[in-house]
Design a protein around this ligand. Structure first.
Ligand SMILES: *[C@@H]1O[C@H](CO)[C@@H](O)[C@H](O)[C@H]1NC(C)=O
Ligand SMILES: *[C@@H]1O[C@H](CO)[C@@H](O)[C@H](O)[C@H]1NC(C)=O
Length: 406
């Protein structure tokens, strides 16, 4: 796996500007040690490696990966950060099993052990918790369970309020040329990155509206067993305007609104049955390319990574992970399970293969803990996927070297 992975990473990096791929952050700016939170409520009595091993990860108040909790969405808060976790506990756009409103709390519970040994990611050779970035858990966006239109607006406003703050750390300089980096956003500002804990997949429509405010139409990498570009008449029958916006149609609406970059967006792990072959034509129109779940048998993990990277290149990209991209054997607790999916190991490797891409924000959705096993398989898988996402983010700043006029 190691040699295969190195090959993929090297080959893939060649296809993007090597100057922007790996830039170290300025460690003198902030030496954030969220691991200090691990010591709550007791100080370690027998120091281990960095004093992290002595504490009980099963005690204390649960935040994502035991990161510091900040009330980012209070009226007074002007808290800044580089990466913020935020919950979107909305599940009234679900067609089959409801329960993803408990996703944020479930994923946080599944993430408790992420910092047990300190959080160093061996294959990616980075510790996101000690990368110099300020990473916080902002809690949940208040979401009404009684009115979908209102809830969707709440999610957009909550997300935008975080995204539109200045990032805590400066972009720094390019590690190769030493030249200052400039933001890759459309509005020219250096935005923080938001990682949303869903929630059913409908939440991605308001999130993409928020992302548009900073980046314009965005390339999307979407791991899911379903297309989610269905026309409302096909998915749900559209008995009302509000019913037309649900977890199978939100990408259709996002595409109609011009939020998705046409031609540089891609689905992975697709394996749902269809209303007919025309669903794929409709999906083409929405701007997506597709990787079927079964292609893992022919292309392997490396081939799937290559397909994704070829489509996205070095463009700003939004990453949306439906937990049902993983096989229900590994992640049973989800809204619309489909057998024949990828393993947790395979999807983790595929996400690590996104190393070097400009992932501007991300989510994991459709985790419905009530259907999990007692062993918390699904919430652990979700947390570990996000550990790979934050590791990839920590390695690549959202900047590029300015092109000078000659
Ligand atoms: C980045 O480059 C600028 C000038 O281009 C320089 O003034 C600054 O010290 C550099 N910062 C670091 C952290 O090297
Ligand atoms: C995306 O591009 C394809 C091919 O050019 C086109 O058929 C489709 O209508 C476009 N979709 C949108 C939403 O612009």
């Amino acid at each position: 796996m190691n040699s295969l992975y190195s090959f993929v990473t090297c080959a893939a990096l060649l296809s993007i500007n090597p100057a922007v791929a790996h830039v170290s952050h300025d460690h003198s700016i902030v030496n954030q040690i969220p691991l200090g939170y691990v010591k709550y409520p007791y100080q370690a009595t027998y120091p281990g490696d960095n004093e992290v091993t002595a504490d009980s990860v099963f005690s204390g108040i649960t935040t994502f990966a035991r990161l510091p909790w900040v009330q980012c969405l209070s009226k007074q808060s002007e808290e800044t950060f580089d990466i913020a976790f935020i919950g979107a506990p909305f599940d009234t756009g679900t067609s089959y099993r409801p329960g993803a409103r408990f996703g944020p709390s479930g994923i946080r519970a599944g993430s408790r052990r992420l910092t047990l040994y300190g959080g160093y990611n061996v294959p990616l050779e980075v510790n996101p918790f000690k990368s110099g970035l300020k990473i916080v858990d902002c809690g949940d966006i208040p979401v009404t369970p009684y009115d979908n239109a209102f809830a969707i607006k709440q999610i957009e406003n909550g997300h935008k309020s975080l995204l539109q703050r200045p990032a805590f750390s400066p972009l720094g300089n390019d590690s190769v040329t030493g030249e200052p980096l400039v933001p890759i956003s459309k509005d020219g500002k250096h935005h923080p990155r938001i990682i949303t804990l869903g929630g059913d997949h409908t939440v991605v429509l308001p999130i993409l509206r928020s992302i548009y405010s900073a980046y314009g139409a965005i390339s999307v990498i979407h791991f899911d067993s379903h297309l989610d570009t269905w026309k409302p008449s096909v998915f749900g029958g559209s008995p009302s305007d509000q019913a037309a916006i649900n977890h199978g149609t939100y990408f259709y609406w996002a595409s109609q609104e011009g939020l998705i970059a046409n031609g540089s967006s891609i689905h992975g792990a697709i394996r749902t049955t269809l209303s007919g072959p025309a669903d794929y034509l409709n999906d083409d129109d929405s701007g997506f390319q597709r990787i079927e779940a079964r292609e893992i048998d022919t292309l392997g993990v490396a081939g799937i990574i290559k397909k994704v990277r070829d489509v996205v290149g070095d463009k700003p990209v939004y990453l949306s992970i439906d937990i049902d991209s993983i096989d229900p054997a590994f992640a049973p607790a989800t809204g619309t399970p489909e057998t024949g999916g990828w393993s947790t190991r395979e999807l983790r490797a595929i996400i690590r293969g996104l190393d070097g891409l400009h992932i501007v924000s991300a989510d994991i959705v459709e985790v419905a803990p009530a259907y999990d096993t007692n062993a918390e398989l699904t919430t652990m898988a979700a947390a570990d996927l996000l550990f790979e996402v934050m590791s990839v983010m920590a390695k690549t700043p959202l900047g590029k070297v300015a092109v000078r006029a000659v």
